[in-house]
Each structure stands twice: as C-alpha cells, then as structure tokens.
Design a protein around this ligand. Structure first.
Ligand code: FE2
Length: 376
C-alpha cells in the first residue's frame, strides 16, 4: 500500500462523542523536576507557572508547571522510591506520562471512551479550591502512557487545585513556541493497526494519512506510520511501528531504550521557525544535521517559498509541501541520554501534512546518530 489520504475528516455528520479543544498539557515523569524545569526554561524559554509539592500539601511528589503561549508542560518527580512514578522513571527514563486533552465534560469523556473499550486510568474526579473546580478523568493508551480529560470551564485559578503560583526571579525570554502540533507514539511490532483501531473505536479519531515502509525507508531501516486525528483536527497522534530492514529500525532502538511503547516526539508549532531555531541553538539545543546535498535540490521539489534558503540550510531546517501549502520543520537530538524522546519544531504555511518528502533525509540523519551509538 502506498501513501493514502483519507477522505475529508469533516464529512462525518454524526455527533462527535469526544469533542476535544486541543492539548491541555503534557506531563513528564522525570528524575529531577527542579533541574528539568530549569532546563526547559533556560533552553526553550518556558515561563514559570505553578508548583505543587510538600509546601502545598502534596507529600509524595513535586510538580513544576511551565508554560509558553498555549504550550503547557508539567514536570513531576517522586520524593521517594517504591511508587508508580519512581518505577516509571526506573523503567523508561524520563518520559511522557500524560497527554492531557481539553474537554467540556470530563465525566462524559470518561463514560463515552470506557463504554467503547477504553481502559480506565482515572475515574471522574472533581478537584476544588477557592478558584473553582477542575474535573479530571482518564484512560490508558499505548505502553504506560495515559490520556487525561481536563475540564476547567469552572476554574479561574492558575493551573488546578493543589497548585500554587510559581513566582521566580529567573525568567528567560520565550523562543516563539506556541502549541502542540502533534504527538507521535512508537508502538511494537504489528501494534500500529491495533492502536489505530483504538483511536478510531474508543476516541472517535480518523486515520488521515498512512505511510508504509516504502515511504519511510532508507538503505538500512524502515518504519510504518499512520496519522490519527480527532474531528476538528486539533489533536493529531501519528502512530509508528518498526518495519524490517537490513538493520535495526529507529523505532526498535526507541522501544529497546524506553523499555516499551511510548511518546517518541512532541511537535511544537512556531510562527517563525528561523528565529525560534536560531534562539534554541544559541541556548544549546542540538538538532539533527542535514547534508548540503539536501538543499541543492529541495526547491526543485517544493517550489517557491517565502524564506531565504540560506538561513534554513545553516540551521538545518527541512521543507516539504502538499496540495495546500508547505511546511518547515526540524528535529532535535534526543532530549535525554536515552535515545528516546525528542522534539520537532514545525511552522505550517498551509500544509497539513507531516513532511513525507523529508523522511529519507531525516531518517538518514537519524541513522547516523543511531550508528554513532552502536545501535544500528
Ligand atoms: Fe512529527
């Protein structure tokens, strides 16, 4: 099967049983939340927002909430060993635990998804303080990752009950990061289609794009991917699985080091990728290197673009187009020592796709890194 584009996702007239207003936050379980918060503030320009820990009555963990525009991260560390969070970090290293989604009705989201086979993670729970109430519920997805449904229409506090405002004297400038564009999951051999079915059946998502191993392969390694989207397109979850190649798939390397399925990358939108990436590189974020040969022919493939090619080449930004426009994208090296989670920075100029034209250049760059680690 070649790349296929499904019919428009807006043609379905049946009522969406899980209306989503986008990503509410991404929560990471990390070994040291204080230092991780410092890193994300310093390197990516997140702002201090909220804190929960012993000082706010939470005895067993601390969480720092940081925000940039509509992008909110929660960084959580356990204060002791022998609990679910500590075990998660021992097994996976630092990684994404929660992809939290904005809903109007968390109780309905829980009822509708569990009725369709979603495995409960958190029964509907109302958190209250003097600023109102936040209602949470949640279900499991691939690996140990979960989706929380967050209803905050009756809340005017800083983040949610249990958190206090985090005032800091250290406030590095933002870097132009705006919101989560998409979040990619890596799943095991032959697990892509079962998870596609999960997003279809349990969450009402549609498969909007598919890539097989002919699309995504190099001389050495391969993967397959299907992009799942909710009805309004605010939430997009591509799902990757490894495919057989001459050498080890990059997805397999991830599964080995993450010790299971999990979030491979979070793609973050910007309106000015050249200035965002210039700033991120200045602050020490490393990106995959793209060979000069890529830029010799890229404009033949994508046609005219608004940007000068020279700064894109200097920074290593990739370009691709579809029927609706073009996009600019770049991929960071792994954010931790384990070759697991990385970030994509993406600027869409009409294009709604995911950079298929860049897969080969991108995966060759990834393989050079994988080879340097001795894992190819
Ligand atoms: Fe991506």
């Amino acid at each position: 099967m070649q790349t296929t584009t499904a019919p428009s996702i807006t043609t379905n007239h049946t009522k969406d049983f899980l209306p989503l207003h986008g990503t509410d936050y991404v929560e990471f379980y990390v070994g040291n939340a204080k230092q991780a918060a410092h890193f994300y503030k310093t390197a990516f320009g997140f702002q201090s927002l909220a804190y929960a820990g012993p000082e706010t009555g939470v005895k067993d963990k601390v969480s720092y909430v940081i925000r940039q525009n509509k992008l909110t991260f929660v960084l959580t560390t356990p204060l002791r060993s022998g609990n679910e969070i500590a075990d998660h970090i021992y097994k996976h290293g630092d990684g994404v635990k929660v992809l939290a989604l904005k809903v109007d009705d968390a109780a309905s989201a829980f009822a509708e998804t569990t009725k369709r086979g979603g495995k409960p993670y958190l029964e509907t729970t109302v958190l209250k303080d003097e600023d109102g109430e936040v209602v949470l519920s949640g279900i499991h997805t691939y690996g140990e990752t979960v989706h929380l449904f967050v209803e905050r229409k009756n809340y005017k506090g800083i983040f949610m009950p249990g958190f206090k405002k985090w005032e800091s004297d250290y406030n590095p400038a933002e870097t132009g990061l705006l919101y989560v564009d998409h979040c990619v999951g890596n799943v095991g051999w032959n697990q892509m289609n079962p998870w596609v079915k999960f997003y279809e059946d349990v969450m009402g998502f549609k498969n909007i794009l598919s890539f097989d191993d002919n699309d995504i392969s190099t001389e050495y390694s391969a993967l397959m991917s299907k992009v799942m989207s909710n009805g309004n397109g605010y939430v997009k979850f591509p799902i990757n699985e490894p495919a057989e190649g001459k050498k080890k798939s990059q997805v397999e390397e991830y599964l080995d080091f993450y010790n299971g399925e999990g979030v491979q990358h979070v793609a973050i939108a910007t309106n000015d990728i050249v200035s965002t990436v210039t700033e991120l590189q200045k602050r020490g974020i490393e990106f995959l290197k793209i060979p000069a040969s890529y830029y010799a022919t890229v404009l033949d493939r994508v046609g005219k673009i608004d940007e000068d090619l020279e700064p894109l080449q200097k920074l290593g930004i990739l370009i691709d187009k579809d029927d609706e426009g073009y996009l600019l994208q770049i991929f960071s090296k792994p954010l931790e020592d384990r070759p697991t989670l990385f970030f994509e920075i993406i600027q869409r100029k009409g294009a709604k796709s995911f950079g298929k034209g860049n897969f080969k250049a991108l995966f060759e760059a990834l393989e050079r890194e994988q080879d340097a680690r001795g894992n190819l």
